[in-house]
Design a protein. Sequence first.
Length: 295
Amino acid sequence: MFTADLIVMYHGVVPDDEPLDDWLQVSASRFRDQLAFFTRWFTPVCVETFFTTPRKAWQKPRLLVTFDDGYANNLTVAAPILQEYRVPALFFLATGYLETPWFWWDRLQAGLATVGQKPSPALIAEIKALAPPDVEAKVTAILRDRGANPFPPPTPALRPLTWREAQQLASLPGFAIGNHGHCHEIFAHLDDTALTHTLTLSQRLLTERLGVQPTWIAPPNGDWRRDQIDRFAQLGFQAIFTTQPGWVTRRQRASSPVPRVFPRIGIGATDRPLDLAKRLLKTRLRQTVPTGEGR
């Protein structure tokens, strides 16, 4: 195990007084417990160090913390705790949702909750397969058809970042910004023209608004195709962060061609330190080399 390093994937961290029935949104106190565990057994490093500085054999495994989507709570709740524990982080932003009141999946869940329902995995998958212009209209139609409020009042804890907040996040020491597409499109469903559009648009916005040009990309939902890797390379991406669980081995770090493909382990609201330790160990023992495909 200790010849490998670890990349973990978060989405959001919410205040303890705003509990949400969402595995992806970790309470602040649980997040502290998780960081205490990680800093005891791992050496947290920034993304540049993770990829450019070899680890000595006698050193603790290194840890890279990542966040997907671009929730405002990454800045307001998670960032102060990360700084308290001296843990750097990489934040993948879906640029088309910045300044908006909702991510579509949160609006869907909140709207259905007004009529005592929850979205099924099949319904989520159906919406994810749509073209970006059709997603919001589909969510509105579903909510109306089920007698739910199609535009529920936004939940403050779940709103996306504003561009000004994203600038603040990017300016904090040890924090970096990555690309998560523009409208959270599922890359595996896109042809080359659409893929190029979402990547170039999101890169342009990140460069113009934040002064950064990320070389790291996390395909939304972890879905992408092997035939797209040349396009990632042409656009300057050095690493693809997947949702396939696993540790980062020396073989993966030295693999070619660029961009290299790396696994991540998702961390959620129910992950207590002891259970997390067991899951990490089990993942390492069962690990296979990523195929390069998304889920």
